[in-house]
Design a protein. Sequence first.
Length: 402
Amino acid sequence: MKLLKLLACSLTLTCSTAVYADSGACSGTFVNPLTDVCWSCMFPIYISPLPIRWDYVGQKGETVYDKKSIQENMYKFGAGGNFIGPLGTCFCANRLYSPGMLMSFYEPYRSTDITKQAFCLVGLGGLDLGEGLSNILPSPNYGSAAKGGLENKSTFYQMHWYISPLLELLEVIDLGCTMGADIKFDVAFLSEVDPGWNDDEVSFIFAPDVVLYSSLPAQMACTVDCLGTSIKVDHEQNTKHLARLGSVDISFLNNVTPDKSSIAENTTDTGSDTNPSKYLYWCAGCQGNMFPLNGNNIDAQQAVQSATLSNMKANMLMHRMGMEAFTTGSLGICSNVVPDIMMNKAEWKYGMSFPKSVAYTEATCCNAIGETDATWNSMAHYPMAGENFSFIWYHERDCCYF
């Protein structure tokens, strides 16, 4: 009966009630498009030639015209031979330069499980595939060692990465570009079969730059990333104020915010003031450090923070493994075949869908990478049924559509 219920839910995508394992250890739910997907996270949107950069309830993000790489290639052939012309027109080399119009938005594109139990598919209704395997695979740890009166905690979660192009699955929109790339829902990665997810030395293969960012100054730099993603800053006013002080170095502000364009300026768009720094790529902001790039989280503060950090690490790992392609800029507007091995944090947003659906409970229902979870983590973790987590990822999509 349980299998039939899971199959029915997967076909209809309308399960509103979580399905729990009998033991309560493996818990989860199917994504309900009405209550679990933050559709407002698709903003800001740019539809050429109309600048619809709408800051809907303070959602974060940037548009295709916010990027210097696009502005510099305006009226010129960009990477891959693609051409971006005036008024948002574009031409794709792989389409024999047929004209199109640029569109930029955030697509609900991927999802992740962060789970305490091996082979517990949280995003598939709490389906447990680990019968008899949980005891022989790495399990979550909450080790602590008292030293000098201080407590050092570490956590470990398993991770699953899903291909879930919801707009493609729901047939909401057809842009005539490679949105979803005709790929249906699939389980793309299981950390249980990855020896590097629980071994720092093996994970070095995909993250050799960990040696550069293990120092104290590199760790302290993540504080800037935390503030930059969590606090809305009026940079113009702050610049004027700090300029009066004379000796204050404010150059770091240029690294905290992405490039702003004068082409599609919208004074109501506050998202560009709270995007993560593309220069501090080793930082997960308020959640900590991206390295080591595996499930071992050192100095974990609480369960939601640690699970969110594992969620961000999962995204970066998929990039390092070449499993994510460019979907933005001149490399991404026409086709998504070039692997993007360096994750741009400003191109991704996420929202929790289990055990708490932030789309249903929070006004601003998705977060930038590195943003504090203090504004939404209430009731996002509770014993037994609420100890596993599921997240939806929203990826910026720049598309040349007909």
